[in-house]
Design a protein around this ligand. Sequence first.
Ligand code: F6R
Ligand code: ZN
Length: 185
Amino acid sequence: LTFIQPPQVEWASGALAKGPLLRKSTRIQDLIEVFADEPARQQLAGEHVVYDVEMLATSSAEGELYTGVTHLYPGHVGGEYFMTRGHFHARREQGEVYFGLRGKGLLLLQNEHGQARLENVFAGSIHIIPGFTAHRLINTGNEVLSALAVWPAIAGHDYAALAKGFTLRVFEENQQILVREVQNG
Ligand code: F6R
Ligand code: ZN
């Protein structure tokens, strides 16, 4: 009898290993109109990577779970911290769990009525994202923010529903975190 070697996450770096992986990089040039200051985004080097996602290539069947790590790099666009695009799940009722691995940041959660809240993300933090709740990671630190996520394979992503953005935006001003409410969220 042999013991199966499972995939691994290296807790300190968030790197996934020992399994077939899927990888996706999201660059400045991919994030059109995601940040408040679109002209500032256009001034930045388009190829610069804002975040990488690595996920285990596992079954997409109903009832199965996906596992992935997001590595969100430090940076700003017009003073607004680097962040993920953010999404609702296409299957709105499907939740997700995020675990902070390294770095420091915020998880922005927003319900379908536009009510938003922010949770601190740090190594060891656990985030229960309920159904019907859009989610976005924000890196407020100077290091890479890495978080592990587990979500239902059938959840899917709906990016279009948030095309006008979330109702909160997070900026750095005078070395402080500044949260702004936005009207057209
Ligand atoms: C999956 C999930 C994460 C994100 C990842 C990138 O449901 O929430 O794996 O997909 O953090 O963010 P988006 O998908 O918003 O570009
Ligand atoms: Zn999700």
